[in-house]
Design a binder for this molecule. Structure first.
Ligand code: KG4
Ligand code: ZN
Length: 334
């Protein structure tokens, strides 16, 4: 079965075509980063307008690159949340129109289920159950993936998402948006010399606003004497330690021996290495997504859509013309 997947939850207009959930026939990402960079972050209204002007061209490019036509598509997968509401609506409205015109089913898909599914594209043998450490610009979650479409949140951030913290720290250090890769690059020249607070809760929640504030305070206090690369390194080391330690604690307590990293921050090389090393020490299996599937793309959405489709979580378009985007969609409600 061939799925055409659409992702427009934030600042990437993305379309992919996937066969049977794992074989990528096309994966096109039209990024708006250069546009939003000028503003130091994503401007929601601009994002929606750009999705609108781009989407038909990105669909055409995906079909051409797979050497297929609309007639070859069996169903449409689309991100319907969570994300920026205006941005999501463009993808959802386009997906509904296309499904209606082609008279094929539509599969509403959760963005985070997509990030997790990025690993199915990377590892053909990977199957649930497993623990997923989901780290993106909008999420920091520990999710027990019981089955392809069955998720339980084990822990989550109580304030900022870790990607959001990376982006804010970047701004303090005078680095451009998106800040994660920039902070990480700067950290390579630095040493772990600044002492930053780590949070520990009774349960498996995270918190990143305290460390963000500590970074801001150090930057103000040190002024001209600030060792930017050391602060970047100290921040990266501290947050990645917190993520990995919490994940390992949850896995030990819940007796889960397989872990899957997901979300835009999974592109962070320090985090990937720490999670792999911590897993190896404990005899756990560890999976990290191919770098090209870490940040937002539609290949991952199409893979997640496939598992929704085969488990019956799809609609004949005639029955779901009122499908809406949901900005704060919960993964457990999928
Ligand atoms: O998953 P994603 O593309 O969008 C959301 O769903 O939010 O994640 C984007 C986030 C941004 O905050 C970005 O700074 C962060 O992922 N990111 C990184 C790296 N690459 C992207 N953070 C740390 N290190 C990286 N190498
Ligand atoms: Zn994302």
């Amino acid at each position: 079965m061939i799925c055409l997947g659409i992702e427009s939850s934030c600042d990437e207009t993305a379309v992919a075509i996937i066969e049977d959930g794992r074989k990528v026939l096309a994966n096109v990402v039209s990024t708006q980063i250069p546009i939003h960079k000028k503003f130091g972050g994503v401007v929601p209204e601009i994002a929606s307008r750009k999705h609108l002007t781009n989407i038909a061209f990105v669909v055409k490019e995906a079909l051409d690159s797979a050497n297929l036509t609309f007639k070859d598509i069996d169903y449409i997968g689309v991100t319907y949340g969570p994300g920026l509401i205006g941005a999501l609506l463009v993808g959802v409205a386009y997906a509904k129109s296309l499904a209606y015109a082609l008279n094929i089913p539509i599969v509403p898909t959760h963005h985070i289920a997509g990030h997790i599914a990025a690993n199915y594209l990377t590892y053909p043998e990977l199957k649930p159950p497993f623990m997923s450490l989901v780290v993106s610009g909008g999420h920091s979650h520990l999710i027990y993936v019981k089955d392809y479409t069955d998720f339980e949140i084990i822990g989550k951030t109580r304030d900022d998402a870790v990607g959001e913290a990376f982006d804010k720290v970047a701004r303090v250090l005078g680095l451009p948006y998106p800040g994660g890769p920039e902070v990480s690059k700067l950290a390579r020249d630095g040493k772990f010399t600044y002492n930053l607070p780590k949070t520990k809760f009774e349960n498996y929640d995270f918190s990143f606003s305290g460390i963000k504030t500590a970074v801001i305070n150090i930057a103000h206090k040190e002024g001209e004497n600030l060792r930017k690369s050391d602060l970047a390194c100290s921040f990266e080391q501290t947050v990645t330690d917190e993520l990995v330690e919490n994940c390992m604690k949850a896995m030990k307590d819940l007796k889960i021996k397989k872990v899957v990293l997901a979300g835009g921050v999974s592109a962070n090389l320090v985090l990937r290495e720490k999670l792999q090393n911590a897993s190896k020490e404990r005899g756990y299996e560890c999976f990290v997504p191919d770098l090209k599937y870490c940040t937002d793309n539609a290949a991952m959405i199409s893979s997640a859509a496939h598992y929704n489709f085969i488990s019956g979580k799809y609609y004949e378009i005639e029955d779901k013309l009122d499908l809406n985007a949901i900005a704060n969609l919960k993964i457990e409600e999928e």
